[in-house]
Design a protein around this ligand. Structure first.
Ligand code: G3H
Length: 478
């Protein structure tokens, strides 16, 4: 069946033996855009075996050669940015320009990872025994970093290319092999990205990509004994995975409810611009999106007016037209967002715009005077709807931020840098941005969440380190 994209294993494109496929619905047209293979558990088993044996040889491939192949893949990926971006537009309704940016950023990430890898993996440690009480200088300890084995990479729909390579590139430079399970929305973009690695000439079996239904192969993959590490980005599913996975390193980036705390002395024009960028880019479908504004009452009216004026300038429509606000990824997501909006309406939030929805397209909406009894004060809409809570003290803002079960990022706007640092220290989140919206990048910065927002730290250097383990050899002198 020529209509169904093949999955990738053993350096080849294959059809699933089930003969079944999974449909990918275009969020804009709500019609089937592509189909991918529905791989079975049997196919997963085969892929795990391939990945295991390919990894053994890859670990012996000189580091500079691994880096060279990654640089090649990065260049090929960038050359193919147009067709891959087109898939992102059709599969996840990412605005056209942002889709291109995602691919280019991914190429840069791969290259940086290759460079960082040769530096940090090219170095080891040397220890001598006589620094510890009771020892003579008779033991020399050599440490180096060795790969973990097979890395299972599970990226989310919102960055099917970038959050795939942010797992694939560190894994490969460190000498691991990869089994990628792309999100269904974004699977074809992921397969095109994998094709670039194929063209770069990596060894067979080293990189594999299985597509299919989560219900069929999801748990089977995450609980598979052949997996030596899981790097997952997504929602609540990650909590389930971490409970079921074996004794292996886990890297999890889950949701966020990033707070934006605005003090009385803040530059309100700067805040408004950042709220628009932070709250509404890719229609709010980013784990690092600003998801609640906590503004001091005395400047709240002025800020809301400014944000309202900027919301009015956002274009709403198709991703092909590069609209700012595009349809959210699925009907169920749109329904969920609508549920939060209706709950806020019932409980008396002030609607700064009229609520409007057509299919999966939801017009940007700012909700003022939100109170803690409203669901939107705590839940993640993952859509273009932003609540504003008015606060009477900084402590109140910090309290709201810390009462969340999420702890990804947050931001604070003030001209008083001392205050900003104290607030940052008090906020229980992985990162606090001072005078800018939350964001993961630049991609070599550490990126981590606490509480339900995740386990471990990402960013290029941290991911490379996480995907290795320390090996020591001790020379004992007579
Ligand atoms: O959706 C989660 C991403 O890690 C956020 O990345 O800050 O680059 O949009 P971003």
């Amino acid at each position: 069946d020529g209509d169904v994209y093949k999955y990738y294993a053993d350096g080849e494109w294959k059809k699933a033996s089930s003969g079944k496929s999974v449909a990918i619905i275009n969020p804009t047209t709500r019609k089937t855009q592509y189909k991918v293979q529905a791989c079975s558990q049997e196919e997963v088993n085969k892929v795990m075996d391939l990945a295991k044996s390919a990894q053994k040889l890859w670990a012996k491939t000189p580091l500079w050669k691994r880096a060279e192949l990654l640089h090649k893949a990065a260049a090929i990926l960038k050359e193919h940015k147009a067709p891959i971006a087109e898939c992102l537009v059709k599969e996840i309704a990412k605005p056209a320009k942002d889709a291109v940016t995602e691919v280019v950023r991914s190429g840069d990430l791969i290259s940086y990872c290759a460079e960082e890898g040769v530096r940090i993996l090219g170095e080891g440690k040397f220890l001598v025994s006589d620094s510890f009480p009771g020892n003579e200088r008779t033991k020399y300890c050599l440490t180096s970093k060795i790969p973990l084995g097979v890395i299972l990479a599970i990226p989310p729909f919102n960055y099917p290319v970038n959050l795939a390579v942010s797992k694939i590139a560190p894994a490969l430079i460190a000498g691991n092999s990869i089994v990628l399970k792309p999100p269904t929305q974004g699977a074809v973009s992921g397969l095109h990205m994998i094709h670039c690695f194929h063209l770069a000439g990596f060894p067979k079996g080293l990189i594999n990509c299985v597509t299919g239904k989560g219900s069929e192969i999801g748990d089977f993959l995450t609980m598979h004994p052949g997996v030596n590490c899981i790097s997952f980005t997504g929602g609540d599913t990650g909590i389930g995975i971490s409970k079921k996975a074996g004794m292996i390193p886990l890297q999890m980036e889950l949701g966020g409810k990033d707070a934006c705390i605005v003090l009385e002395d803040a530059d309100l024009d700067l805040v408004a611009i950042n709220i628009i960028k932070g709250g509404f880019s890719y229609s709010g479908q980013r784990c690092t999106a600003v998801k609640v504004v906590l503004v001091m009452e005395s400047v709240a009216d002025a800020l809301v007016e400014k944000v309202k004026a900027n919301v009015a300038k956002l274009t709403v429509g198709a991703p092909e037209d590069d609209s700012d606000i595009t349809p959210v990824v699925s009907e169920s997501s749109a329904n969920y967002i609508e549920g939060l909006v209706l709950d806020a309406k019932e409980k008396g939030a002030t609607f700064c715009q009229e609520y409007k929805r057509e299919g999966n397209l939801i017009w940007p909406l700012l909700l003022d005077h939100v109170r803690p009894d409203m669901r939107i004060a705590w839940e993640e809409p993952f859509g273009p709807v932003l609540p504003v809570i008015r606060i009477n003290s900084v402590e109140e803002g910090i309290h709201h931020c810390n009462a969340s079960n999420f702890g990804l990022q947050g931001c604070v706007f003030t001209k008083d840098v001392n205050k900003a640092i104290l607030i940052s220290d008090a906020m229980e989140t992985g990162t606090v941005q001072i005078n800018s919206a939350p964001a993961r990048g630049p991609d070599h910065f550490p990126f981590q969440g606490i509480k339900d927002s995740g386990i471990g730290s990402q960013g290029i250097t941290n991911s490379i380190n996480m995907m290795t383990k320390v090996k020591t050899t001790v020379i004992n002198l007579p």
